[in-house]
Design a protein around this ligand. Structure first.
Ligand SMILES: Nc1ncnc2c1ncn2[C@@H]1O[C@H](COP(=O)(O)OP(=O)(O)OP(=O)(O)O)[C@@H](O)[C@H]1O
Length: 220
């Protein structure tokens, strides 16, 4: 469960400011997959970062109960000189999961073949993404944070990823940002719309999509 308590985030510039969250109070219940919607620049990525703990709010706080993932598919913390397998082992130790179990899961899932035992810095962008997605899915969290992972791999890999993600959603929750409404519909059951610093939570993802689409229509 994630609770936003009087959460405020303001970016100040020389000639103005951008309000991402204006005294937001909200609860993301456990085991719900929540689509986070909002127009470009509304602050969805910033909100995910505050929930992940990598961005500080201006005031208020985020209370997390249960483990919250790093943004799924984020490859930025892998070490270039370590192999895929060694990076997976490193993550396993940090998060207290069985190292060999995680390595076996990632090896099978990411389909890197011999590259799995080559240094991460030699990987293509697609290989990096597949490793990162595999490691994210291999660590059990109570809430997975997902920010635009549509570009990971080819169609077959994307289908496989969606199946694994849906499997995780039987026992965990998620907050997912995507510009693909079809993907959000397929993977999420609840939704929230971030708009002018306010967050509107809906128990039904369809209501959130309808709110978002009427915002987008009003903008044109
Ligand atoms: N570290 C930062 N410093 C200053 N401004 C920032 C910072 N991070 C984001 N912003 C600004 O805050 C606003 C929200 O950005 P954010 O990326 O969170 O929005 P978003 O809803 O995810 O956008 P998009 O849908 O385009 O990906 C943007 O105007 C952005 O320029």
């Amino acid at each position: 469960m994630i609770v936003l308590q009087d959460l405020t985030k303001v970016f100040r510039f020389r000639y103005g400011k951008k309000v991402i969250a204006d005294h937001v109070n909200a609860v993301f219940p456990p085991r719900r997959a929540v689509a986070l919607l909002g127009r470009n620049g509304a602050g969805k990525t910033s909100l995910l970062k505050m929930i992940a703990g990598t961005m500080d709010p201006s005031s208020g706080r985020v209370i997390t109960k249960g483990g919250v993932s790093w943004p799924v598919g984020f490859a930025g913390s892998f070490h270039g000189d370590l192999t895929g397998a060694q990076n997976a082992r490193f993550v396993a130790r940090i998060y207290g999961v069985d190292t060999e179990e995680l390595v076996a899961f990632v090896e099978e899932f990411a389909e890197l073949g011999a590259h799995f035992n080559q240094p991460f810095r030699t990987y293509s962008a697609g290989m990096k993404s597949r490793l990162a997605f595999g490691v994210s899915m291999g660590v059990p969290f109570e809430t997975y944070l997902v920010d635009e992972v549509t570009s990971v791999g080819d169609t077959a890999f994307r289908e496989k990823s969606a199946i694994v993600f849906a499997e995780r959603m039987k026992t965990a929750g998620a907050i997912m940002v995507s510009h693909g409404v079809g993907q959000l519909r397929a993977l999420c059951d609840a939704g929230a719309v971030l708009e002018n610093g306010q967050l509107y939570y809906y128990d039904d993802v369809e209501d959130a999509i309808a709110h978002h689409q009427s915002n987008m229509a009003a903008q044109v």
